[in-house]
Ligand binder design. Structure first.
Ligand code: IMP
Ligand code: MG
Length: 182
């Protein structure tokens, strides 16, 4: 157990491990996207709020022309599971004809990423590549291919590196989870 602002928590990955994973993702993304961009910059879409940290670390390692835009989709309902989807921020620039790199903090059920990907395609994107800093090891009914995954985490509510638990913990320097009885 490690002391955190949210109480004693299990430390899954250190900041160094997360940063190394983000760099590995950047290498794979560069390999796939760098040859696509002589004509038009890739649109990197950051899923607010949690992906801010991973996007900030990923971007300086990406070597192709890009623009940065943000989307925000909230899921209401219980704090830690499920809920209805609501769009809060849509991309500011047109996605018609764009290659999109959609980056989120975590893949849980996959509903968030799948809805945003569908939205981008409906807006005319030619391709939507998806990247998540962490993926929960759990079964999933959503049909979604995630192209780049940094780390795998157990099916627990995790926080740190942009991910929050009840609004806190986004600044935790690594990835943590709270014990069941917390
Ligand atoms: P999904 O739609 O179930 O994939 O949920 C994805 C969204 O829920 C993410 O963008 C996160 O904001 C949030 N989320 C899901 N699981 C966690 C978690 O363990 N910690 C923090 N946020 C989470
Ligand atoms: Mg999110």
């Amino acid at each position: 157990m490690t002391p955190t602002h949210l109480g004693p928590a299990e430390h899954l990955f250190s900041a160094e491990e997360v940063e190394a994973a983000i760099q590995r993702m950047a290498v794979a993304i560069n390999k796939d996207l760098e040859h696509l961009t002589p004509h038009r910059p890739v649109v990197l879409l950051c899923v607010l709020t949690g992906a801010i940290v991973v996007v900030g670390q990923l971007m300086p390692h990406l070597h192709f022309p890009m623009t940065l835009d943000c989307v925000q989709v909230s899921r209401y309902g219980s704090e830690t599971s499920g809920g209805e989807l609501q769009w809060r921020t849509r991309p500011k620039e047109s996605l018609a004809g764009a290659v999109v790199l959609l980056v989120d903090d975590i893949l849980d059920e996959g509903i968030t990423l799948k809805s945003i990907q569908d939205y981008c395609m409906a807006e005319g994107a030619v391709a939507v590549h998806t990247a998540v800093m962490v993926r929960k090891m759990r079964p999933r009914s959503i049909d979604l291919q995630v192209d780049y995954v940094g780390l795998e985490v157990p099916d627990q509510f995790v926080f740190g590196y942009g991910l929050d638990a009840r609004g806190l913990g986004r600044n935790a320097p690594g990835i943590f989870f709270l014990p069941e009885d917390h």
